[in-house]
Design a protein around this ligand. Structure first.
Ligand SMILES: CC(C)(COP(=O)(O)OP(=O)(O)OC[C@H]1O[C@@H](n2cnc3c(N)ncnc32)[C@H](O)[C@@H]1OP(=O)(O)O)[C@@H](O)C(=O)NCCC(=O)NCCS
Length: 207
């Protein structure tokens, strides 16, 4: 397997673990995806109501959701690592991802994949599944580069990636990356509050 956790093609973005407090940001990010992107992400033509139901159904604390924020604290990319509910597949998780159209091609999709792989390994997952439409060249490339086997069934493809067991490095790296991302998030939040204050004081619209 290529070291997907450590092989970004561009600068690394801070990736935060998301929680209940981010539900509104997740909904805004997904609702902003165009028709075709929703089709690629969910595998069907998801309407706004479907997207809202999906967001309401996110099980923080059980599944993991990761996100990348821009400096205005808008969620521009997110990934969902969903653990299997079947006892027989307790070591299996499914990966789904989306990157805002204007933030594509910067390596965010791949970095979120690497982060999810690391987290999954650290939590005993041995097999990662990705359902992708066969036309989804970007997603299939990410999976293929990581060493996944891809079974194509007409318009749909199922990718299976076997994960190596966690080790000291994967645990420490995840811990450090989360700390860096949380610090980065807090700094952006302070900066946003400051810009808003300036806006109120001087009547300027915050950038
Ligand atoms: C799939 C998706 C997440 C990729 O995000 P991204 O941040 O643009 O991808 P990256 O920049 O990390 O690129 C990953 C690889 O795919 C390649 N790639 C990106 N877009 C591509 C495209 N349209 N066609 C072919 N390859 C593409 C990149 O060149 C890169 O390969 P490299 O490392 O060899 O250069 C994004 O296109 C998206 O959100 N699509 C809609 C939702 C979706 O399809 N989700 C996946 C199903 S769960």
């Amino acid at each position: 397997m290529v070291d997907i956790e450590r092989s970004p093609s561009t600068a690394r973005a801070p990736i935060c673990t998301l929680g209940d407090e981010h539900r509104a940001a997740i909904e805004a990010h997904l609702l902003a995806l165009g028709e075709q992107d929703r089709y690629l992400r969910f595998g069907y033509a998801a309407q706004d109501a479907h997207v809202r139901r999906y967001v309401e159904g996110l099980r923080f604390g059980r599944d993991e959701v990761f996100g990348i924020f821009n400096r205005r604290l808008e969620l521009i990319a997110m990934a969902h690592l969903a653990y299997s509910l079947e006892a027989a597949h307790a070591n299996v998780a499914e990966f789904g991802v989306s990157v805002s159209a204007r933030a594509r091609g910067r390596g965010y999709g791949q970095q979120l994949f690497g982060r999810a792989v690391m987290h999954a390994r650290n939590h005993g997952v041995t097999m990662l599944l990705i359902h992708a439409l066969s036309e989804n060249a970007a997603m299939l490339k990410i999976a293929r580069k990581a060493g996944a086997t891809i079974a194509r069934d007409g318009s749909e493809s199922e990718c299976h990636l076997e994960l190596p067991p966690a080790d000291f490095e994967s645990h420490v790296t995840e811990l450090l990356e989360e700390q860096v991302a949380q610090t980065n998030y807090r700094l952006k939040a302070h900066s946003r509050r400051f810009r808003r204050l300036l806006g109120r004081l001087f009547g300027r619209t915050p950038a």
